[in-house]
Design a protein around this ligand. Structure first.
Ligand SMILES: Nc1ncnc2c1ncn2[C@@H]1O[C@H](COP(=O)(O)OP(=O)(O)OP(=O)(O)O)[C@@H](O)[C@H]1O
Ligand SMILES: [Mg+2]
Length: 126
């Protein structure tokens, strides 16, 4: 399993979610974050030292997937989060040691496989 972590522009989040949904990705976590991506637009003075640091509002999306889902997940994000201007964000892919689905106790691959309504009486929430 892998954890795909993407930091994207706040105004692209809806497009990214739509693209992920279309790629059959169902389980994810979203956090508002502040980040620095190397842009040097603001100059601040701190204890007499000039430091260049701009923090911008971004959204971090975390998606736990089985290995064969990494490529479609990354493609969906690349295709939906890109504007072509600096600051479009980053995608990281991290190894995941272990996953449990708490409700069932399922582990690993089974725990990150989406459950669809047809297979689930309770709506197939993942
Ligand atoms: N090396 C990094 N480690 C962790 N987070 C990062 C890193 N680089 C960028 N980020 C996060 O991604 C956000 C957007 O970064 P940004 O798009 O500016 O990356 P970049 O590599 O500088 O690309 P660009 O050239 O398009 O600006 C940052 O605000 C920060 O939250
Ligand atoms: Mg940058």
């Amino acid at each position: 399993m892998k954890l795909v972590v993407a930091v994207v522009r706040t105004d692209r989040v809806n497009k990214v979610l739509e693209a992920l949904f279309r790629a059959d990705i169902r389980g994810l976590t979203i956090t508002r974050v502040q980040g620095h991506g190397g842009e040097l637009e603001k100059v601040e003075t701190y204890r007499g030292t000039t430091v260049k640091m701009e923090l911008s509002e971004k959204v971090r999306i975390e998606i736990g997937v089985s290995d064969h889902f990494v490529e479609p997940t990354v493609k969906a994000i690349l295709g939906s989060a890109r504007t072509g201007d600096v600051g479009d964000g980053k995608i990281f892919v991290l190894p995941v040691e272990k996953v449990w689905r708490i409700r069932t106790g399922e582990e690993d691959q089974a725990a990150v496989t989406p459950l669809f309504p047809a297979a689930e009486e309770n709506g197939g929430e993942r």
